[in-house]
Design a protein around this ligand. Structure first.
Ligand code: GLN
Length: 529
């Protein structure tokens, strides 16, 4: 019925319910916008770009699938209008449709079905979850819904299941649950030719019997096919709440999958540790897209996974970096936190403010974790204030800087196209023995995901190291600096890669775990124990 209603979480939860019963599942996100991928979209409007192992710049829902299902997806798991049309037009130019008039039905819909089946065939699992973004009735979404409609004809009723997720608002004035928007979106879906098999009502509270009956009646489905995703303290509880309502069994029966008792042991254990922590840590996330939590969703989750592993509730305050540029006294606010986190970012806005926060962390020995741009800014701040090169900068921020300590990677210099041209995806890195990074990862070779164009300029490696910065992670050829640390600080570590993309519930990434552990020790309560 509208975007951001929680389809991603419902899709991930359905996957989890099937996985808990021993079935192998994968997931596809369809984004009907015309962009080829999410890489060229502003995170402030669309939320973060999720990077897959193979370097796909994808929708953030893939992050939820990976986190819930503990699987690694790839570029093909995110289908967009841009990709579909690009492929169809390429075929047309090659002459594959020679003599024919190329049309949305069947050529575009065939391409969509081909892409869904491609994932299914490659994956060889039991169930492919396909989530269609946007709202029923959107112009962009129509060819996708048409393809999905056709798939039932081709794959058979027992092999396909349609789930409709719709918002049931509660009116402030009367406290009444309103199913009308849902009734309308079901009607719209039926007009397109899709009769949902099950409906998930997204509501603040568990829907009442009357609403449930109305949804079943107007949706033309039995009451036991209506489920409710209501607000819960942790998003990771959603699969448990839906399964309790019978959704897992319903889906298995409907898809004629053998009946298996779900095993929730590990999942419940994680949820339990997330919900009942012994400690609390307060983190200041100093960013540029602080107004939209979705811009930092994977970082947010990675911090929480690390928290759960340390029995700590992580509360995160999103602080606009520019606050520190306007008034230096605002920095005092940072005294109230157990750790400072500097996230990714693009372009100059807010960078001076972030560097002030980094300097504050360094000088006051507050635990600091920097990711990607956060890593680069930690290098710049150190060059300016510890190596005496006051005008040091990144050429991304100041192309005229006399000390380009962060510079474009050589292979990026002639790149003109913006789409899919950064250094992307999982790359191997080597960890230097005896460092904090080595302690955290425990091994000497790791693979982590990247998304950047700039890096530490080799001309400054010596200067930085001479003044006490250690590069504890490097690319295998030693040509790229990947992790930095300041050994004389309590915890001051930053990485060029994004550990958050590999963080999972119950399996936090090393740098996030190390950071939260340090924040915890930094707070006096925990240190006393
Ligand atoms: N803008 C920087 C670069 O392109 C950092 C990117 C990031 O933080 N993901 O290198």
């Amino acid at each position: 019925v509208l975007s951001s209603v929680g389809k991603g979480i419902v899709t991930s939860s359905i996957g989890k319910m099937l996985q808990a019963r021993g079935f192998k599942v994968t997931a596809i996100k369809i984004d009907p916008y015309v962009n080829v991928d999410a890489g060229t979209m502003n995170p402030y409007i669309h939320g973060e770009v999720y990077v897959t192992d193979d370097g796909g710049e994808t929708d953030l829902d893939l992050g939820w699938y990976e986190r819930f299902l503990n699987i690694n997806l790839c570029t093909h798991n995110n289908i967009t209008t841009g990709q579909v049309y690009q492929a169809v037009i390429e075929k047309e130019r090659k002459g594959d449709f020679l003599g024919k008039c190329v049309q949305i039905v069947p050529h575009v819909t065939n391409e969509i079905k081909h892409r869904i089946r491609f994932v299914a065939n490659e994956f060889k699992g039991d169930v492919v979850l396909t989530e269609c973004g946007g709202t029923v009735g959107d112009i962009e979404g129509l060819p996708f819904l048409e393809a999905i409609r056709q798939m039932r004809l081709e794959e058979g009723f027992e092999n396909t299941l349609y789930v409709h997720v719709a918002l049931v608002p509660i009116l402030d004035v009367t406290g009444e649950m309103k199913t009308k928007p849902l009734q309308h979106s079901v009607n719209e879906l039926r007009r397109i030719g899709i009769q949902p098999d099950t409906i998930v009502a997204r509501c603040k509270e568990m829907i009442d019997t009357e609403s449930m009956q109305k949804i079943a009646l107007f949706g033309t489905i039995p009451e036991n096919a209506v489920f409710c995703s209501y607000n819960v303290p942790s998003i990771y509880q959603v699969p448990l709440t839906l399964d309790k309502q019978g959704m897992g069994n319903y889906i298995c029966k409907r898809l004629q999958l053998p009946e298996h008792k779900p095993n929730w042991n590990d999942w419940k254990q994680f949820v339990e540790s997330a919900l009942n922590p012994n400690y609390e840590v307060k983190i200041a996330l100093v960013g540029k897209y602080a107004g939209l939590a979705d811009s930092y969703v994977s970082m947010n989750e990675a911090l929480r996974h690390a928290g759960a592993a340390c029995q700590a509730r992580v509360s995160i305050d999103f602080i606009e970096a520019e606050t520190f540029e306007r008034e230096s006294s605002a920095l005092k606010r940072l005294q109230n936190y157990d750790g400072i986190f500097i996230p990714y970012g693009f372009g100059p806005r807010g960078t001076e403010g972030k560097m002030k926060a980094i300097r504050f962390a360094r000088e006051n020995n507050v635990p600091l974790l920097g990711i990607c741009l956060g890593f680069q800014l930690a290098v710049i701040e150190f060059t300016r204030n510890m190596c005496g090169l006051e005008k040091a900068n990144s050429t991304e921020i100041d192309p005229e800087t006399p000390h380009p300590v962060i510079d474009l990677m050589p292979e990026q210099r002639d790149v003109k196209h913006k789409g899919a041209t950064m250094r992307l995806g999982a790359h191997k890195l080597v960890i230097v023995k005896g460092t904090m990074a080595h302690q955290l990862y425990g091994i000497e070779e790791i693979y982590e995901r990247h998304r950047h164009r700039w890096e530490v300029n080799p001309k400054y490696w010596d200067t930085l190291e001479k003044h006490g910065m250690i590069f504890s992670g490097k690319s295998p050829d030693g040509q790229r600096m990947e992790i930095l640390e300041l050994p004389n600080k309590f915890f001051f570590l930053a990485s060029q890669f994004h550990g958050e993309f590999k963080s999972r519930p119950g399996k936090p990434d090393g740098e996030y775990y190390g950071f939260i552990k340090a924040c915890l020790l930094y707070t006096s309560d925990a240190a006393d124990e």
